[in-house]
Every structure is written in C-alpha cells, then in structure tokens.
Design a protein around this ligand. Structure first.
Ligand SMILES: C[S@@+](CC[C@H](N)C(=O)[O-])C[C@H]1O[C@@H](n2cnc3c(N)ncnc32)[C@H](O)[C@@H]1O
Length: 243
C-alpha cells in the first residue's frame, strides 16, 4: 500500500463501497432535511452520495467536499449525481464563498481526520461557513476500548454467498488512533481496504466546538432522536453558533 493520505480510503474502496454500504436510515434523511430547511446544505466527505442523493430528492439544495476523485466519480454517474457541486479536497480546512444552513458529516467520517489539530481546524472551517441560524451535525461512534485485547481486534462483519467480511484493527490509545483493514474473503481471493481513524469522545468534540465558537445543542443516540445514554454506541450531535 502507498503512504496513507486523505484520499487513500476513498480511492481504494470506491469500487466496492456501494456494494458494502448501500443502506441508510430513513430517519437520517428526515432529520437532516428538517435541519436544512430551505438549505443550502454541505456534506463533508460526501462519497458516492449515499446520504446526499436522498436529501437532494427531498428538495434540499446541497454541495459536498471529498478528497477522493474515485468516490465522487461514482456519485456523478448516478441519477441526479451531476447536479451536486463537489469540491475536491480535504474538509479539514476549506473555503467556499457562501454560508450554509446545514453542514453535516456522517458515518464516522469526521474521525478520518488524522489528529486533534486537523479536527479542531475542521470545526473552525465549519463555524466560518454556517449561517447564523445554521447547524453542524456529526454522526460518530462512541469509542469502545473493551473491544480490544492486547490493543488488537478481529471482528466478523458477515458471512454471505459472496464471501466473508472481517475487520481487523490495531489500537493506539495514546494517539487515539485505530489502524484497520476491511477484509473481503471470497473464491476470487482476499481483498483488503485500509481505514485509519482518530477517534474522540463526545466531551472532546464539544470542547473543539467551543473553541470554534459553536455549542452543543442536541445529542441523540440514534437518528430517530433516541436519548443518548451510557448504552449508546454512537451519537448524533448537533452544534449551533454560540451567540
Ligand atoms: C465512510 S465514507 C462516507 C461517505 C458518505 N458520507 C456516506 O455516508 O456514505 C468517507 C468519505 O470521506 C472521504 N474523506 C475521508 N477523509 C477526507 C478528508 N480529509 N477530506 C475530504 N474527504 C475525506 C472519503 O474519500 C470518503 O468518500
């Protein structure tokens, strides 16, 4: 594998992404459409449009940012995909000459930013692009270090006629890094897809938001607005301008 960069995950997985992750929670589209109102909305790490296209079909005008040309090419090839303006580059720091009613980053994509500095810079960029009544929505997992034994984990994701899916990962709890590979094992052979994440607890995200002039407005345990509690495995956090 070449050196891991901001476009590596997308470039490597683009070919199979829609096969692996075609589903979405309708409540996610409902909530994002509610927060977007008349728009416009901006998706960070828009990928192949799994969330953006259903949102566009709900008449929410939107744009996206993504580092991977390969992922964006998949989006553009889909019905209505060409209608979405996508800025190719990193969502760590960006400059778009307009403000958004909604900026959102889902499916743990925020953790693709490799360190605390990059994540703080992202909050700062988002803050500069939100309208005064705007919201920033993040969907990420709650870190669960009990999954790791000797800082390693191997998880079966599924077995089907197409093959076996596994995730293998190494944990660095000091840097808060997870270095993992999705493995697809089939009669054609074994394919691996690299994923590197820098995780953060909800409290750290809230502090990043505060340093960028945002404050936590809501935190739910699911897109259906279930309460966030100690059993929650992920959170949907909604930030608004602090003033
Ligand atoms: C897990 S996929 C999510 C795609 C889409 N949001 C979805 O929910 O299906 C993460 C996406 O973020 C993009 N990405 C990762 N790091 C990025 C970065 N630093 N800047 C821009 N895009 C990035 C990847 O190329 C990929 O398309």
């Amino acid at each position: 594998m070449t050196k891991y960069k901001q476009n590596t995950y997308g470039d490597e997985i683009a070919e199979v992404y829609d096969q692996l992750y075609s589903e979405f929670d309708p409540a996610c589209i409902e909530l994002l459409a509610e927060l977007a109102g008349p728009g416009p909305a901006l998706e960070l790490g828009i990928g192949t449009g799994r969330i953006a296209l259903p949102l566009l079909n709900r008449a929410v005008p939107l744009e996206g940012i993504d580092a991977s040309q390969a992922m964006v090419a998949k989006l553009k090839a889909k019905p209505r995909g060409a209608e979405i303006d996508v800025h190719i580059g990193s969502f760590e720091q960006f400059a778009i000459n307009r403000r958004f009613r909604l900026v959102y980053v889902v499916f743990n994509t925020f953790f693709n930013l490799p360190g605390q500095d990059e994540q703080v810079r992202c909050f700062e960029s988002v803050s500069k692009h939100l309208s005064s009544d705007g919201h920033f929505v993040i969907e990420v997992f709650v870190p669960d270090l009990s999954r790791y034994v000797d800082f390693q984990s191997v998880r079966l994701i599924g077995i089907s006629d197409q093959g076996i899916r596994l995730d293998v990962a190494q944990l660095d709890p000091v840097a808060q890094h997870i270095d993992s590979r999705h493995l697809l094992v089939s009669m054609e052979g074994i394919r691996t897809y690299p994923v590197k994440l820098r995780y953060a607890w909800p409290s750290e995200l809230d502090l990043m938001a505060r340093t960028a002039g945002l404050r936590l407005q809501e935190r739910w345990g699911s897109w259906s607005k279930e309460p966030f509690n100690r059993a929650s495995t992920k959170h949907i956090s909604v930030y608004a301008c602090a003033d």
